[in-house]
Design a protein around this ligand. Structure first.
Ligand SMILES: O=C[C@H](O)COP(=O)(O)O
Length: 241
């Protein structure tokens, strides 16, 4: 059975005070959210602890946006899995295109982070997706197959979510056509050895396109950036029809 997972990725937005203000506006909207939909917020490290203390039930699960592959050590600026699980974090985003583009993330480091997350019981959300240039050159399929093949070496597919995020659709308002997102997600599924892995779509998901995206048979959720920052907008997304 594939789970529906709707995750908001706050990226480098929201102080602690702003994150609590968000919760105040957001939680009441969840009364109408079907129980089987998993709602996740991937907040900056500094917000996770205070959010955890203010989320008194498991209706909203917390995610980090990165994790180091070692359990501890001299790795200035990094965070370990046990530091995250200790404060109640359940998910971690791994291999987001912004980490690949700006911080030197490779399929090999993605693989190490995925395994580290699973070792301490976190569910990783592995991001894959092509750039505009790669799409125009007809490289979408081969790129994604490579990202999966290298990223998933020795990774347990029983505890994994994948997000298909075409880079050209991120933060641009230029959403990938839903049938096309459905097709690529079908291709991703064909590369996996567990048919129950949930696969999200990400890239300019908004209140006005979520219904259409979630109507696609292969799409099991969304990874939402900008539209997850406002309570009403993210609520409309998690409460899609
Ligand atoms: O992780 C989320 C994605 O990068 C999508 O961001 P966006 O919804 O602002 O396009």
């Amino acid at each position: 059975m594939r789970k529906i997972v709707i995750a908001g990725n706050w990226k480098m937005y929201k102080t602690q005070a702003e994150s609590l203000e968000f919760l105040q506006g957001f939680m009441s909207h969840l009364e109408e959210t079907p129980q089987e939909r998993e709602v996740v917020i991937a907040a900056p490290f500094t917000d996770l602890s205070i959010l955890s203390k203010n989320l008194h039930n498991n209706r909203v699960l917390l995610s980090a946006q990165n994790i180091h592959w070692e359990q501890e050590g001299a790795y200035t600026g990094e965070i370990s899995g046990s530091m995250l699980t200790e404060i109640g974090v359940r998910y971690v985003i791994v291999g987001h295109s912004e980490r690949r583009q700006y911080f030197g993330e490779t399929d090999e480091t993605v693989n190490r982070r995925l395994k580290a997350a699973q070792r301490c019981g976190l569910t990783p959300i592995l991001c894959v997706g092509e750039s505009k240039e790669q799409r125009e050159n007809g490289e979408t399929e081969s790129l994604i197959v490579t990202q999966l093949k290298k990223g998933l070496v020795d990774v347990d597919q029983q505890n994994l979510v994948i997000a298909y995020e075409p880079i050209w659709a991120i933060g641009t308002g230029d959403t990938c056509d839903s049938p096309e997102a459905n097709r690529v997600i079908g291709l991703i599924r064909s590369q996996l050895n567990n048919p129950h892995v949930s696969i999200q779509y990400g890239g300019s998901v908004k209140p006005n396109n979520i219904d259409e995206i979630m109507a696609q048979p292969e799409i099991d959720g969304a990874l939402v950036g900008g539209a997850s920052l406002e309570p009403e907008s993210f609520a409309r997304i998690v409460n899609y029809k």
